[in-house]
Design a protein around this ligand. Sequence first.
Ligand SMILES: [Zn+2]
Length: 150
Amino acid sequence: MTIAPEQEAAIFAHFHDVHIDHDNIAHYQGLMDGRLLINRCADCGFWIYPHRPMCPRCRTWNVVPTQVSGRGKLYMWTLIYQSRDPDKPLFEPILTAAIELDEQPGLRYLSRVVNIPAEHLQHDIPLQLTWIEERGRRWPAFEPATAGSD
Ligand SMILES: [Zn+2]
């Protein structure tokens, strides 16, 4: 996937505090556009996350950022109590999770979980993609799936 230099500059400026490289820049461009993109092998269809340029199953470099359905289930979660930025302390813990996406067993995207208290979480509950605003940026998050959302 080729990204024009002016687009690259906009992505780097928007995510100025994120480590962006050749392997994940399309993912972040997707976030700016409100789309969750995960690399997928165009030869064998294998989904690849964390972002890597080569398919670990068939070893091709023919990997294409591809939009996922946004549906999955809760695999594991934790509460983060410490801010990464010492100038911005957390006033409530952040619920962070690995969500196993419906696209492929074992494809687990790391994200926030919102709109559910932590004490109500259970392994394998169905989740759906939503978006949250934080410090002027839009981020993917997951919330309990609503009936008939699929
Ligand atoms: Zn492959």
